[in-house]
Design a protein around this ligand. Structure first.
Ligand code: FMN
Length: 358
């Protein structure tokens, strides 16, 4: 019974389980395809890719599978470049850069060409477009609607969910405070917010569109709980980080495999925007520092993060992960999705039996 929901009806996925978009490496076409083949709905992140790279990745997913899948972008937000703040941030980062033997300079331009990435999604006619950090422009939403694309926005509060639905977005991904990666918050303080167990029923009651629950879901117990709270699908990011198909770097994998549930924190240290990751030296050093906003800080730290990944140094990497991280399993994506399906059956049965068979 749990397998068919408003989400599966709209997307055509066999299961109401989403392999979350994870920009910056972890989400590969191979991961999206393997999750899709196993019945989950894989979402390919387009951000941090070039438009050509994004197009190639979409085509690679289609080469690998005929299962339905979606794409996702981090939406651009207005930001200011304050040269003094950039210099101050570079001064904070230089000791790390020296340690890694990498040169740090301010780039000429910040951020990415989100319009070009959106154009790729439209031209490739991907039927599902997810996004985070706000609401797309009315023109972008109209173009997506005309293309017959289902849209799904990220909300970390009831007000954000309402804003998305009022703008005409088709689905809401509710992200709890325990979620790994960037917080999608766009109204209010991104460092504050409710946990998923409070947020899903609140949003469920506030909006009349399919709701996807994200944050701390690691196994079938979590999937069943999200569905019981009123969600139409469960979205898992951290749970997929250790899959061999994921592009998670070696030092990142080691950190994920040994992290405790008390080991994550919200930080703006790596990107200038609130995100949850496993605590490391850079996260702790820069806690409370006055830093430039996203995407400025993100672009300033990129060479450092790339050098750290190449050198196997987890202390300067953004190790995005949610509070459920100790439950991450090193399994091929197909086996992970099969385990999630089995475990959800068991969890649903455990509750269903009591009532149904008295
Ligand atoms: C490494 C990583 C990268 C992420 N990148 C994105 C992204 O590009 N777009 C997005 O909408 N969400 C992104 N997220 C957030 C996920 O969509 C989702 O909200 C989160 O993974 C759920 O929490 P969990 O990690 O505890 O499962 C990312 C999460 C992680 C862990």
């Amino acid at each position: 019974m749990w397998r068919e929901t408003a989400f599966t009806r709209v997307t055509g996925a066999r299961l109401p389980i989403v392999a979350a978009p994870m920009a910056g490496g972890p989400t590969t076409p191979g991961l999206v395809a393997a999750a899709g083949e196993a019945g989950a709905f894989g979402v390919l992140s387009g951000s941090y890719r070039t438009p050509d790279g994004f197009r190639a990745a979409i085509r690679e997913v289609r080469r690998l599978t005929s299962a339905p899948f979606g794409v996702n972008l981090l939406l651009p937000e207005p930001y200011e470049v304050d040269p003094a703040a950039v210099e101050a941030a570079l001064a904070l980062l230089r000791p790390y850069a020296d340690e890694l033997g990498v040169e740090l300079t301010a780039p000429e331009r910040y951020g990415e060409d989100a319009d070009a990435l959106l154009d790729v999604a439209l031209a490739e006619r991907v039927p599902f477009f997810g996004f985070t950090f706000g609401v797309p422009s009315p023109a972008a939403l109209a173009a997506l609607r005309d293309a017959g694309t289902v849209t799904c926005g990220t909300a970390t509060s009831v007000a954000e969910a309402r804003a998305l639905v009022d703008a005409g977005v088709d689905m809401v991904c509710v992200q709890g405070i325990e979620a790994g990666g960037h917080r999608g918050a766009f109204l209010g303080d991104p460092f504050r917010g409710a946990g998923l167990i409070s947020l899903v029923p609140l949003v469920r009651d506030a909006v009349d569109v399919p709701v996807v629950a994200a944050g701390g879901i690691m196994d079938g117990r979590g999937v069943a709980a999200a569905l019981a709270l009123g969600a139409d699908a469960a979205q898992l990011g951290t749970a997929f980080l250790l899959c061999p198909e994921a592009g998670t770097s070696a030092p990142y994998r080691t950190a994920v495999a040994s992290a405790a549930e008390t080991g994550t924190a919200l930080t703006a240290a790596f990107s200038g925007r609130a995100a949850r990751g496993i605590r490391n030296r850079m996260l702790d050093d820069l806690a409370g520092a006055d830093l430039p906003p996203y995407p400025v800080m993100n672009d300033l730290t990129r060479p450092l993060r790339q050098a750290a990944a190449a050198a196997g140094r987890a202390d300067f990497l953004s190790l995005w992960a949610g509070d459920g991280v100790p439950l991450a399993r090193e399994l091929p994506a197909a086996e992970l999705v099969a385990a999630l399906e089995r475990e959800t059956d068991l969890a649903v049965e455990r509750f269903g039996c009591g009532r149904g068979h008295g």
